[in-house]
Design a protein around this ligand. Structure first.
Ligand SMILES: [Zn+2]
Ligand SMILES: [Zn+2]
Length: 209
């Protein structure tokens, strides 16, 4: 199983970079910048090419204000990316996985943009847990018991990306009175995807701490 660690470089990305934290998302034709159910444009957290899924491009967005964890059944229901939104009344996060598009006209205004680099790595799996840290592939470092989801299309989901616990994304100074923003309140996030790629939003965040 391929595994890559994700390094955050201390330099801003160039327009058109595929692996970035913040910056300009590579949106597909006809795709608009995701908005939360509250109407606010979501924060663009990061994007990465996924080498073991045909180079498809993962993008991660979430509302700057609505950031609780989301929890779903292991058999995910139809259109879970839009319909499983508890504790809120609508979608507040958006993941996308499909071929990379073109850079959005504007960069994300919240985050201090950084270039990301993937490094092929190895890991030792102990007690069903892989290495900690920001990574693609391999085995999640599960803070609790492993959670294996099944997509609404009937396909078992595969683990794609891990964001470590309390991973603060630096905001531009003086924005909204905060210095960092967190995905799902800073819980550890294990992003799983439907390997059949039945829909560009067929991804799910397993969330633990
Ligand atoms: Zn919101
Ligand atoms: Zn599916």
């Amino acid at each position: 199983m391929s595994i890559f660690t994700v390094e955050i470089l201390d330099e801003p990305p160039a327009a058109g970079d595929h692996n970035t934290l913040g910056g300009r998302p590579l949106l597909a034709a006809g795709e608009s910048w995701p908005a939360c159910f509250c109407g606010k444009p979501m924060v663009f957290f990061f994007q990465l090419d996924i080498p073991f899924l045909d180079g498809d491009h993962l993008l991660v967005f979430q509302c700057p204000e609505h950031d609780e964890g989301v929890f779903g059944p292991l058999q995910l229901p139809e259109r879970y990316w839009d319909t499983v939104t508890d504790p809120y009344e609508g979608p507040f996060w958006r993941f996308l996985l499909r071929p990379a598009g073109s850079p959005a006209a504007e960069a994300d205004p919240h985050l201090q943009a950084r270039r990301l680099v993937l490094h092929p790595a190895e890991e030792t799996v102990e007690n069903r847990r892989g290495r900690a840290g920001f990574k693609l592939g391999g085995v999640p470092s599960w803070a609790q018991e492993p959670e294996h989801y099944r997509c609404s299309c009937g396909t078992d989901m595969v683990f794609v990306c891990q964001v470590p616990e309390n991973f603060g994304f630096d905001m531009w100074p003086m924005r909204e009175g905060k210095e960092q923003v967190y995905l799902f309140l800073g819980n550890e996030v294990y992003i799983q995807a439907c390997p059949a790629r039945c829909h560009p939003e067929a991804l799910w965040p397993a969330i633990q701490n």
